[in-house]
Design a protein around this ligand. Sequence first.
Ligand code: GLU
Length: 423
Amino acid sequence: MSALSYVSEDKNSAWATYLAQVERVLPYLGDLSKWADTLRHPKRALIVDIPLEMDDGSVRHFEGYRVQHNLSRGPGKGGVRFHPDVTLEEVMALSAWMTVKCAAINLPFGGAKGGVRVDPRELSRKELERLTRRYTSEIGSIIGPQQDIPAPDVGTNPQVMAWMMDTWSMNVGATSTGVVTGKPIHLGGSLGRVKATGRGVFVTGRAMAQRINLPLENARVAVQGFGNVGSVAAELFSEAGALIVAVQDHSATLYNASGIDVAALTEWQQQTGSISGYRGAMSVSHEAFWEQGYDIVVPAALEGQITADRARKLVCKLVLEGANGPTLPAADDILKERGITVVPDVICNAGGVTVSYFEWVQDFSSFFWSEDEINERLDRIMEQALLAVWNKSLELGVTLRTAAYAVACERILEARRERGLYP
Ligand code: GLU
């Protein structure tokens, strides 16, 4: 295997996590493993400089990226992250996870991801708009409805997607709604897209809970991250009769043994910008989140949260990866040994990109579906994908993650083999 010159030695980086996950599936790929190095080499990585005039007249420069990890199965697909910790290596890993995710669900896409190293909370609305437009213009030559279709991720939202769509459209001289997904509804967005990722976490979680005989009624659920994914998953689990006993975001960790009122917490968070100060639960230390007893834990924040240490302490039956890459490989082994089932990110949080696919199809046909149709199709696709991965895990005797990689990598490498190398 040839190492990439632009990758660090950090063993806990998101890219190192991804490579370790690929390593584990190799013994199950048969002849296709000949092509496996493809998975370790992003096809294309673009680094852009984004000079931004701030409201006070000063100029600041931000680093932006768009990585297309693999395009063997279709156009690139994947979100854009605005976060101060974004790096090229992180975006590479996130783009690779999109390749695996789209293949695991069998969406006709490759994998891509973008990011800007910026704290969007420190920008005014006008600054955010200028940053988004310049970033879009800079990556404009490699994105497009048939090439690579961005979407929201951490720190971006439908408004940011509207600016991206507008900028790309202005540059090509025609409105092209299909260039990004996760747009506002009246700009070619899809019903159900905002809640789709959280809904997918719930649907796959419910299906897996049933398989391991874990009733959702009164199940004790902990959710890390109370953004678009965590808050919706919490809402749906709570509606299904589970108790959301712990919630953590960047500002605080809340605990209430008799269950947090998710609607009230969501309202508080929307009004104040975080969960800190909410009175319906006890505030505990950050690390205490990992030390209580639960049935289900939903990491729905950033990568690398479940370390080996935390995996040893964690008391629960089911981990539902709402975030991308929340579990380090060493922690995966410990959870497996301890009999804790993990529904991996590439299946668990694929609801978002699945409805993004619906949005892209609707934009092309200019024919829009009802929310019920979208949710029914989403639930069916997620449940079937989970079942295929479950069966694969029984067949190979491996974790759900390795099984999901087996299903996905077979599809990716088969496409690679059939297309052949150019020239
Ligand atoms: N950012 C989301 C993810 O990580 C959604 C990507 C998309 O809709 O293209 O899956």
